[in-house]
Design a protein around this ligand. Structure first.
Ligand SMILES: [Fe+2]
Ligand SMILES: [Fe+2]
Length: 365
């Protein structure tokens, strides 16, 4: 079934006009003036950019815009949606901004590149947002961004999380444009996200969980190669009743002891995608560890949101609504909202119907 655009219900938020969705038929930068079709982007943009809109509603608007921004082939609304997402980059919320950058990176549309470069180049911007912008440039596979990414990768005074993300993004772009990639056989994944690295290629020899865990934890290898083992383990963890799922989740959880905060936050992200109950103890331990980096705790909170229907998880999340760190507090608000959506089976969280297996938490970064 083709995806159907659904406008979230903003009726309880004053000033946001509700318009029914429409299916555009042609690609264009601008909406035609003569069009009588309602414009689905305007109310979503209004909700997203307003600091008066509750954060959870802004996230719902963002996921709807992301759907339009990622349409392949692009539609009439693709570029307006990319511009709407970029317009919210002036928000003071680090959590929202990093999610905007992530979503721009998932569009497969190079029109997002200039916005992401601006975020990465802004040394006054929070490192979590700059990291996400660098990762997004890697996800877009933009060859022309290689020079910029290499510069930040090699800059000694740069934040470690930015340098490491640039290292992975360079690895991804070079891989995407390599001859090696053309002959690699990759397993079909349950996940539609464009990841910082592809899973390890399938070969004549099937990697065991132990081998993948060894590669995952080997700090002598490049982060890109370690991420390839991470995403291979993720794919062995889904669906959750796969015989390899629990051992693979446990192998992934061992990555929480890695010295790199970037690496640890990616483990938490993968757990958010998987929603596997076996990941709960390590996610709770990560969220509860006040010495852990905010970026990692934030990702653990959101991953726990994807497990909100498991006993006790929502109560644990609620315990962090007053966390001293803003990005953790805000993550808990969004995670609880989405957990609620998952539990109630609402159809209007964002844009895609359940028929496509859409889960907002699987998309969140
Ligand atoms: Fe991230
Ligand atoms: Fe994140």
């Amino acid at each position: 079934m083709a995806p159907t655009a659904v406008i979230p219900d903003f009726s309880t938020y004053p000033g946001i006009k509700i318009l029914p969705p429409a299916t555009p038929k042609k690609d264009s930068d601008n909406l035609p003036l003569e069009s009588t079709e309602p414009n689905p982007i305007a109310p979503l943009r209004a909700a997203l950019v307003s600091e008066a809109t509750p954060l959870a509603v802004r996230f719902r608007a963002l996921f709807s815009l992301k759907h339009h921004a990622s349409e392949q082939p692009p539609t009439l609304y693709t570029l307006p949606a990319i511009h709407a997402i970029a317009a919210a980059l002036s928000s003071p919320s680090t959590l929202l901004k990093h999610e905007l950058a992530y979503c721009l990176g998932q569009t497969s549309n190079l029109a997002a590149v200039p916005f992401l470069k601006t975020v990465l180049e802004d040394r006054g911007e929070d490192a979590m947002c700059r990291h996400e912008a660098a990762e997004a440039l890697g996800a877009l596979g933009d060859w022309k961004s290689l020079g910029l990414l290499k510069d930040f990768r090699d800059e000694a005074g740069e934040a470690k999380v930015v340098r490491e993300t640039c290292e992975v993004a360079v690895g991804r772009i070079e891989w995407e444009h390599s001859a090696k990639r053309k002959v690699e056989r990759l397993q079909t994944s349950d996940f539609t996200s464009i990841d910082p690295a592809p899973p390890l290629a399938l070969g004549t020899h099937q990697h065991t969980i132990e081998e993948l865990q060894k590669q995952l934890l080997d700090t002598c290898l490049s982060l890109f190669d370690r991420y390839r083992a991470m995403f291979a383990l993720r794919d062995l963890s889904s669906p959750p009743d796969l015989p390899t799922a629990v051992p693979a989740v446990k192998a992934l959880a061992s990555g929480f002891s890695d010295p790199s905060a970037l690496f640890r936050h990616e483990i938490a992200f993968v757990f958010g995608q998987l929603s596997h109950p076996a990941s709960i103890p390590s996610l709770i331990a990560t969220l509860c560890n006040s010495k852990e980096e905010n970026m990692v705790r934030h990702e653990a909170a959101e991953a726990l949101g994807s497990l909100g229907d498991e006993e006790g998880v929502e109560d644990i999340l609620r315990g962090f609504l007053d966390d001293p760190e803003q990005v953790v507090r805000e993550s808990v608000v969004v995670a609880l909202d989405m957990a609620n959506f998952e539990k109630n089976g609402e159809r209007e969280y964002a844009v895609l119907p359940e028929e496509l297996g859409f889960s907002p938490l699987a998309k969140i970064k």
